[in-house]
Design a protein around this ligand. Structure first.
Ligand SMILES: CC(C)(COP(=O)(O)OP(=O)(O)OC[C@H]1O[C@@H](n2cnc3c(N)ncnc32)[C@H](O)[C@@H]1OP(=O)(O)O)[C@@H](O)C(=O)NCCC(=O)NCCS
Length: 286
């Protein structure tokens, strides 16, 4: 399929050869809307056989759609940056910092100087690009089981959240969790690092940012997410670098493009979704 038409659908518009500036994270927030899911299913062969297999293994058509849109969007973005068709973007896994096996942070196989991170929650997709290692995380607030999650916090985070008025705790907890996952995804260990051993702070005070940045070069930033979601990013930067984030939300809730897409006709191994996505509840006011 013509990649420009794919970009038109996905609303992903970095110029060819684009690279984020040093200390800068570019974030794309997309929703796997039905028309994007249809584009992704029509273009499933843009994904690697392994990605296609993983999508098929997901238990629900809704989860499959989100995965397909996320990976098509990721490949489209990286392809633009690299000046390659999305299908030719060679993805790999970095070594896990804990066991040195190749199941760490997803990475580009051959290109240094361009890093990315991907997260999806329900039908929302978050992609971060940067020159240095990055981790992103988005969570649906109403999916969070407070009692379970609060037990996985660092004691200092737990104390800070318990000290808040009851009606602010859920919001703070979800944000804290996205900080933690973004950081652990940036490191590449994911939740194999016991989450309660890592203090990322709640992000409610300036001290939280400073403490993390001073400790090992990672800076955590809250990202404005759609209603009902919380999102954060972690970026590894040299000491003293001021991190800047550009949120590219143009494609967050796009309608179909004016001209219909003429896609290549390929066999579609998926069923179409019949159930409309459930609207998430809004985050409580903080
Ligand atoms: C990585 C992890 C935190 C993702 O959490 P999640 O809330 O389920 O999912 P998210 O949507 O936020 O992120 C999923 C994306 O994270 C990325 N990812 C997967 N593993 C990752 C890792 N180790 N580091 C950074 N990013 C990772 C992938 O791009 C994945 O997208 P995909 O499933 O579409 O390929 C979680 O899956 C995890 O901790 N896995 C365990 C890792 C592990 O045990 N490793 C063994 C160490 S010895």
């Amino acid at each position: 399929m013509r990649t420009e038409r794919l970009h038109q659908h996905l609303g992903l518009t970095p110029r060819t050869g684009y690279r984020p500036a040093a200390g800068h994270a570019d974030v794309w927030l997309l929703r796997a809307a039905p028309h994007l899911a249809a584009v992704a299913r029509e273009n499933i062969t843009v994904l690697s056989p392994e990605e296609q297999h993983r999508a098929r293994e997901l238990p629900t058509p809704h989860g499959q759609d989100t995965y397909l849109v996320a990976h098509l969007a990721l490949r489209t973005l990286l392809g633009k940056c690299l000046g390659q068709p999305p299908a030719q973007v060679a993805l790999a896994r970095a070594d896990c910092p804990l066991c040195q096996q190749p199941h760490g942070r997803p990475a580009l196989q051959h290109t240094s100087g361009l890093h990315f991170s991907l997260s999806h929650a329900r039908d929302q997709i978050m992609i971060g690009l940067a020159r240095t290692p990055i981790g992103v995380d988005i969570e649906a607030a109403d999916r969070v089981r407070m009692e379970t999650l609060i037990r996985r916090l660092h004691p200092a985070e737990h104390t800070a959240i318990k000290a808040l008025p009851a009606d602010r705790r859920r919001d703070a907890l979800v944000r804290c969790w996205t900080r933690k996952e973004a950081y652990l995804k940036g490191l590449g260990t994911g939740l194999a690092t016991p989450p309660h051993q890592v203090n990322v702070g709640t992000g409610l005070t300036r001290h939280d940012e400073d403490e993390l940045a001073d400790r090992n070069g990672w800076t955590l930033t809250a990202v404005t997410a759609p209603a009902g979601y919380a999102a954060s990013l972690a970026l590894l930067v040299p000491p003293g670098t001021r991190v800047r984030t550009t949120i590219r939300t143009r494609a967050a809730h796009p309608g179909p493009p004016r001209r219909p897409l003429v896609a290549e006709h390929r066999p579609n191994p998926y069923r179409r979704i019949k159930t409309p996505p459930r609207a998430p509840e809004p985050l409580r006011a903080g």
